[in-house]
Design a protein around this ligand. Sequence first.
Ligand code: ARG
Length: 607
Amino acid sequence: MSSYTKRIIAKKILRSLKNRIFIEKDAVLVTEHLASSISLRDVSKKTDISGPQFQLKFREARKHFTEAFVKNLKEVTPQNLETESDVESVAVEDVRQDDKAVLFRVNADLLSKSVLESIRVEGDRYGYQLQGGSAPRHTTLVEYSSPNIAKPFHAGHLRSTIIGNVIANLFERVGHNVVRINYLGDWGTQFGLLAVGFHRYGNQQELQTNPMLHLFQVYVKINGDVEKEKGPKQRETESATYQEGLEAFKKMEEGNLVINSDLLSLWTQFREISIQEYSKVYKRLGIHFTEYQGEAMFQDKSRALIDTLGERGLLQYNSEDGFGYVEVETAGQNNRAALVKSDGSTLYLTRDVAAALHRLDKYKFDSMYYVVDAGQILHFRHLIGVLRRLSVPWADTSPADIHVGFGRVEGMSTRRGQVVFLEDILNEAKQRMLDTMRTKETTKDLETVDVVADILGISAIIVQDLRERRQKNYKFSWDKVLSFKSDSGVSLQYAHARLCSVERNCGVTLTTEIDPAHLSDREGQLLLLHIARYEEVVSDALRTLEPYHIVQYLFTLGHLINSAHRNLKVKGQPEEVAKARLLLFNCAKTTLANGLTVLGISPLQQM
Ligand code: ARG
């Protein structure tokens, strides 16, 4: 049910109540509350759906409104609701003590017709028409992926890539102007170390032929040297190699790269190679960015920031280690956010503050989110804290939670061992899919088997990553990821491909001119009500920045599609029945495709 339909219903109810309880200006507010609290959540779980009912819960509505509404509701009768309404009757019901619900009995035929028609009209926009068109366009910046150059792309970066992409897609679909930033870790001691490593172990020819692998080998070797030298219980700083790396990095920092042309050219080369390689994988995943930024580009700006902080008297120095910090308030407590080392060099946080200021200036965003593993929570609290101390207006009004955190993945490995490159995991998924497909009658003759296997592998990994609350850690298992039988990316694709095949083979033409009475079977009604909920789920996902709402919704949609498919044949049925069912299946397909697409998955026509 679209929010438009909800508002209409809400207005109708209000109109009949208004003269008695509300003054005009409250009416608008109440309509909004009412519309937003209409929920179909419980409907699809109900077993008896003859004459579908859905409940309005008022726990979230304002108290005075709830009371007034509940008190007066008894006077609402079908007669004072308009005749052409989906709503046939309204009644108050005690759910639990102190918890009342308003029970609506809806006219199933009218509801079916209005839902199906709106999906046909809205198509790929179905589910996303949440906002009125007149509001000024909201600019939302989402930062995600953000791997560290010349270091392995670990599971955390994969999660950031997948989750960030969904969040950006969701905002875009509901009409925000979305800026997608990939903030590369291209600065820091590891670059000095890598430069030392390259002099020791690297060679240009290998770097040209197998860039990522070669950089990785150098990275492993030089870190091995550090490990060997420092001894088991000592700190990295005890190692001569590490000191050499620090020295090299210091040169890079001081010279701003310009005077140190050897280091500069190595750094540029490593960075370019990494971006090129990442871009290939992003392309395969269907992921794009408005801009690649990187810590390095905020080097100068970080220094300027330190000066500003000093001038404004915000910077204090710790007498013990000489670090410069700004006092910030995080979660009601005072904390020290370190921004400059005793030797004057800047930190990860300094660059992030400078980067945020730069983004604000460049994109004038209304909101910004950092999709980064949960381990960095404190970092982002410090970040918003420093921005607030700087009296950045956006930071003052922004919620403290700009950090969209997520848990760890355990045990992600391929047949070759631990995952080092993102590409390995995608290749492994594809290969495993190919192996399974070759054993299946239906898929082994597909001409496009290679492409299909790749898409299926990617869908499976994405769905696996998004199926639970993002903060939860999870264990990676190939069997679960690639399952055809239980809920997975593969099972969702299968449901979609099956709907495409119904359309191809049913011999009926798609039309909205149907008689909804032919959809009164239980399977049909359940599917329809679930389809009608999609918009509500999108808004839950957006409100909580939790993509799992959509995945879980799609799993249920998949089950309902399968049981409808078993019981509601299209082919060989009387024409009127076939048409009605075809329209229902077509709308289910649109909804499923919309959900998959927003998750970053291309729906398959055939598999
Ligand atoms: N490159 C960092 C890492 O891998 C993540 C960057 C997160 N974004 C940020 N603005 N700090 O740990």
